[in-house]
Design a protein around this ligand. Structure first.
Ligand code: NA7
Length: 500
């Protein structure tokens, strides 16, 4: 295992910005493969913060003695397939080289962070940091702080920074429709109860669309009266986690009229919480409906804007001209800061692949192959790239990742066992199976409102060349359908692959 960081934990190693925290329930996020691990680990909070999760992942690495197989500070810069030896040649940033029969990618969906393309970023003389590359520790006490970006990361950062900063200025380009997280500590008795329910919890997660504990309500928005509807939404808003997004009425992310109703309901909530009506209006999305972008869950985010020392700047009205040595210059004002935080997101889903020079049969580059959108079989294999197996690559479903990736890891392991058992040295998706799966992935997104919206989920990163066109990046058929399809491939003896 090669890992760029100096420690294990991936997402939870890198994203140590203030306020970084699960939006999945902790007890649905941990690994389920070891009863011993489940028995030993006690979650402290329903939605664990970054430090707790990083501790958990280190505990796992130690418990299963994984560190001996992990090379830290090891960035892979190139991976080239060699047909003669049926192996992959890897080149590391420091020049080391390795040869391997099988290449398993687990490089992350949101791991290629992007700085904004704003003139003068390198000229600022104060401290600046991207949330993904957070140095420790950073104090905000009494400082004049700027945060650029209001995605799920920005929302968490802003809420935490506002507690101690001398003055906070938020540069917002697109408002998000956030919902309350309702985090709480987990007491000893409660943890015992959760532990007792583990089998049911994990079984339920396998049956829901996005592997969350929240299952879609079978009713359609228009099947109930307005009173019933609003009472249901009040209940979801008062409950912890993603229920409002994943446990809402069916069709809410397909039916425009239904989506407008829930969007209006949540806009009213924002107006109730933000005292200045003009500021409230700025915080309400106008160009996309609720849930068509990743919903940030928040813990007091809207109240931050009632603080006299917090100023929102709508950069869709007054764009940032440049970063200056002392701060940020917009079209109408020059601001001075001690610290600038870039919560500007990622080159998502394919970004981590694009940053490695991956070449398959005949030297074909994966980046070129995917220029107009990813093409995969099951989101796990790519034709022309034999012996490369992707865990949570493009075309995987999005959702509560550990639940989905445990399945994928098992499927990949099954394929490797099958290949070893038959002394196979070359495993590849056929072109026909990749075309069919890619078409199915595209069909699965038809009619979903999120496909009409710019976001990392539709492959948009305005900070990366060639990532300004919306694409179908993920499988939208839901996890149960994904599992069924993968199981069928196995049951059929992997006939949709070329095995040699
Ligand atoms: P996101 O959700 O992609 O958010 C990035 C934010 O940064 C978003 O508000 C962007 O505005 C803003 N942004 C990006 N570039 C610029 C520039 N150049 N100028 C101004 N503002 C900019 O990333 P997150 O890290 O918050 O979250 C990613 C996922 O990680 C999250 O959904 C969770 O699943 C975990 P925009 O919306 O593009 O107008």
């Amino acid at each position: 295992m090669f890992e760029t960081g100096t420690g294990v934990g991936g997402t939870w190693y890198w994203n140590r910005y203030p306020g970084a925290r699960f939006n999945s329930e902790s007890w649905t996020y941990g690994y389920s493969f070891s009863q011993e691990l489940l028995d030993e680990w006690n979650w402290e909070e329903h939605f664990a913060g970054q430090p707790e999760t990083e501790r958990y992942l280190n505990y796992v690495a130690d418990k299963f003695d994984l560190r001996r197989d992990i090379r830290l500070k090891s960035r892979v810069t190139a991976a080239h397939y060699q047909e003669e030896t049926r192996s992959w040649d890897l080149t590391m940033e420091d020049g080391r080289r390795y040869r391997t029969r099988l290449l398993i990618t687990a490089a992350g969906v949101l791991s290629a962070a992007t700085m904004p393309r704003i003139a003068g970023v390198g000229t600022f003389l104060g401290q600046s940091c991207h949330t993904h590359y957070w140095p420790k520790p950073v104090s905000f006490q009494g400082k004049r702080v700027a945060v650029i970006g209001t995605g799920a990361t920005g929302v968490q950062t802003i809420t935490e920074v506002a507690k101690t900063a001398g003055h906070l200025t938020v540069f917002q380009r697109t408002p998000q429709c956030c919902a309350p997280l309702h985090n709480a500590k987990i007491g000893k008795d409660e943890m015992s109860r959760i532990r007792g329910n583990n089998p049911e919890i994990f079984a339920r997660c396998q049956e829901t669309y996005g592997c969350f504990i929240h299952a879609t309500d079978p009713r359609a928005t228009h099947e109930v009266t307005q009173e019933e509807r609003e009472a249901f939404w009040e209940k979801l808003c008062g409950a912890p986690g993603f229920g409002i997004w994943m446990g809402n009425f069916r069709g809410i992310l397909v039916d425009r009229a239904a989506n407008k109703l829930i969007s209006d309901f949540l806009a009213r909530k924002i107006r109730q919480r933000v005292k200045d009506p003009a500021v409230a209006e700025k915080l309400i999305p106008k160009n996309h409906g609720f849930g068509t972008r990743r919903v940030p869950l928040e813990s007091g985010f809207y109240e931050v804007y009632n603080q006299p020392d917090v100023k929102p700047v709508d950069i869709s009205e007054t764009p940032i001209d440049r970063i200056t040595p002392t701060g940020i210059k917009t079209s109408d004002c020059e601001y001075e800061f001690d610290l600038i935080v870039y919560a500007t997101g990622f080159d998502a889903i394919t970004g981590a692949f694009d940053r490695i020079d991956i070449r398959g049969v005949g030297g074909v580059s994966l980046k070129d192959k995917w220029r107009d959108g990813p093409q995969t079989f099951l989101g796990i294999l790519v034709d022309g790239f034999p012996n490369m197996l992707m865990v949570m690559g493009p075309h995987a479903g999005l959702g509560n990742f550990p639940r989905a990736l445990e399945y994928t890891a098992d499927w990949v392991t099954g394929l490797i066992r099958f290949a070893h058992g038959r002394a196979l040295t070359r495993v590849e998706a056929t072109a026909a199976s990749a075309v069919a799966w890619t078409e199915h992935v595209i069909e699965s997104s038809e009619g979903l409102l999120f496909t009409e919206v710019d976001s990392w989920m539709t492959g948009i990163s305005r900070n990366v060349d060639g990532k300004q066109v919306r694409r179908i990046m993920r499988y939208s058929g839901g996890h149960p359908a994904f599992r069924k399809r993968c199981d069928a491939v196995t049951a059929d003896g992997y006939r949709e692959l070329t095995l040699d």
